[in-house]
Design a protein around this ligand. Structure first.
Ligand code: AMP
Length: 428
C-alpha cells in the first residue's frame, strides 16, 4: 500500500462508489450520467461549453470577487512563481468574463449562453458536503439586461434538477440592488447593528467592519433573532432595481417556477447586483445550498471593460447535487455491461483472445478477457462479475477446430461458432 493519501478535502472518483472522510463519493459512472444530463439540458438552452484554465491570475479573482469576501481573504489557494501570482480558481464566473473579454466574444453579437463543468478550489475547513477541491457546473448568460434573462437562468438550473428527478428543492430570491442603493443600505444596517454589536459572534463582528451585509447570512439562531427588525435592502432599492426585481418575479411566475422571496439573502461574492438567488435542497441539512447565482452587470467593468457587459448566471455544486440525488434515491446508475468476455484456457488461447478482442472491439463489440492466465473458474467468475452478455470459451480443442463455445448468459444457452463468424454473429 502506498504511504500517500489524497489531501483532506479532496477525493478520488473511482469506478465504484466509496467513502472519503466519512462522505459517500459516487462512482464515476454516476458523475458521467449527471454531467451528460447537464449537457443535454444546456443544449436545450442553446448554451455552449466554455473551458477555462484551472490557473488564473490572482488579481482577476481578487478584483472580480472582491478583496473583502471570505473567498479572497481566506480561502484562495494562491502562490507566486517568478513575478506572476497564480490562483487555483475558486469559481468560474470571473474566468468566464475574462475569457469573454479577452476573445472579444461580444463581436458575435446578441446574447451568449456559456456553460461549464469543472473543478474549483477553496481552502475551507473540510466537512460533509464542503471540500477543498469540488466541482461546479454553471451557466453564464451574457449580453442582456432583460429580466427574462434572470428568470431563464434560474429556470435552467431548475430544469437540470428536474431532468435528474430531483423534486425537494427551493428557490429563494432577492434583489441586492445596484451600486447606488447598497452604500445607503449598508449605512442603515451598520446603524441598526452597532448598538448590539458586542452580542455578535467574532465572525459577525469582523463582518460589521468589512462586509456588513454578510452578517445577514448568519446561521446562528441568536443572531437571526437579533437581526429580526433589521432594515431590509428592498426598502432601499432604487426605482430601476425595484422594477427589474418585480419583472423577474413575474416572469418566474408566468412559467410556473415556484420561489420564495428572502429579503435576507445576500451572496458571498461582491460582483452581484440586482437579482441574487439560491437553490436549496431539503435533504442536505446544513450544507443544503445546491446552487447560487445572480446578475453581475458590474463585473465586466471591474475587470477592465470600457463598457458595461450585462450578465447573469448560476453556479452549482456537483457534490451537493450527487448527495441530494443519492438521498432521494435517484442515483442508481448501472455499470456498463460488456457484451463479450473471452475465457481463454492456455497460452495459445490467450494469444487468440488478445487478437480476437482486437477484432471484436474494431467491430464495435465491447470485449474483456483475463490477462493473467487464471483458471477457468476464476475467468467465469470475472465474466459474471462484469455481467457480460456473452462468454466465449476457447481452449486447445477449440483452437484446433477453429470454432468457439459461445454462451448466451441471458438465455442460458450455448452454441458453437466458427472463429471467422464470431464478430457477425455476436453483433446480430
Ligand atoms: P458559490 O460560488 O459559493 O455560490 O457556490 C455555488 C455552489 O457551489 C454552492 O451552492 C455549492 O453547491 C457549491 N460549493 C461551493 N463551495 C463548495 C465547497 N467548498 N465544497 C462543495 N461544494 C461547494
Amino acid at each position: 500500500m502506498s504511504s500517500f493519501k489524497s489531501i483532506p478535502g479532496t477525493f478520488d472518483i473511482l469506478p465504484e462508489g466509496h467513502t472519503s472522510g466519512g462522505d459517500a463519493i459516487a462512482p464515476s459512472r454516476a458523475w458521467q450520467y449527471v454531467e451528460s444530463t447537464i449537457r443535454s439540458v444546456m443544449a436545450l438552452y442553446g448554451a455552449e461549453e466554455i473551458r477555462t484554465p484551472i490557473l488564473e491570475p490572482t488579481e482577476l479573482i481578487a478584483r472580480g470577487i472582491g478583496q473583502l469576501t471570505d473567498i479572497v481573504s481566506k480561502e484562495m489557494f494562491a502562490f507566486e512563481r517568478g513575478s506572476t501570482n497564480y490562483v487555483l480558481r475558486p469559481e468560474v464566473t470571473a474566468p468566464v468574463m475574462r475569457a469573454y473579454q479577452q476573445h472579444h466574444l461580444s463581436q458575435k453579437g446578441g446574447v451568449q449562453r456559456l456553460f461549464y463543468i469543472g473543478p474549483c478550489f477553496r481552502a475551507e475547513r473540510p466537512q460533509k458536503g464542503r471540500y477543498r477541491q469540488f466541482h461546479q457546473f454553471g451557466l453564464e448568460l451574457i449580453g442582456s439586461t432583460d429580466a427574462r434573462a434572470d428568470a431563464e437562468t434560474i429556470a435552467c438550473a431548475v430544469d437540470v434538477y428536474k431532468a435528474l428527478g430531483l423534486t425537494d428543492f427551493k428557490v429563494r430570491i432577492n434583489s441586492v440592488g445596484d451600486a447606488s442603493s447598497r452604500p445607503r443600505y449598508k449605512e442603515a444596517l451598520i446603524a441598526f447593528i452597532t448598538p448590539f454589536a458586542d452580542q455578535l459572534s467574532e465572525v459577525s463582528r469582523q463582518r460589521l467592519e468589512s462586509n456588513p451585509m454578510r452578517i445577514l447570512d448568519t446561521k446562528i439562531e441568536k443572531e437571526k433573532e437579533l437581526l429580526k427588525g433589521a432594515p431590509l435592502l428592498r426598502d432601499f432599492l432604487d426605482e430601476a432595481s425595484r422594477v427589474h426585481f418585480d419583472e423577474v418575479k413575474a416572469h418566474l411566475q408566468s412559467v410556473g417556477i415556484p420561489f420564495e422571496e428572502d429579503p435576507f439573502l445576500v451572496r458571498g461574492l461582491d460582483y452581484y447586483s440586482q437579482t441574487a438567488f439560491e437553490i436549496e435542497s431539503d435533504d442536505l441539512g446544513s450544507q443544503g445550498s445546491l446552487a447560487g447565482g445572480g446578475r453581475y452587470d458590474l463585473l465586466s467593468t471591474e475587470l477592465g471593460s470600457k463598457t458595461v457587459i450585462p450578465a447573469v448566471g448560476f453556479a452549482a455544486g456537483m457534490e451537493r447535487l450527487l448527495m441530494a440525488l443519492e438521498a432521494a434515491g435517484k442515483l442508481n446508475v448501472e455499470a456498463a455491461r460488456p457484451e463479450v468476455f473471452l475465457v481463454a484456457l492456455g497460452e495459445a488461447a490467450l494469444d487468440w483472445a488478445f487478437h480476437t478482442a482486437r477484432t471484436l472491439r474494431s467491430a464495435g463489440i465491447s470485449t474483456g478477457y483475463d490477462l493473467n492466465g487464471r483458471s477457468m473458474k476464476a475467468q467465469m467468475r470475472e465474466a459474471n462479475r462484469q455481467n457480460s452478455r456473452y462468454v466465449v470459451i476457447v481452449g486447445d480443442d477449440e483452437l484446433a477446430a477453429g470454432a468457439a463455445q459461445v454462451k448466451d448468459m441471458d438465455q442460458s444457452s450455448q452454441r458453437t461458432v466458427d472463429f471467422d463468424q464470431l464478430a457477425t454473429q455476436l453483433k446480430a
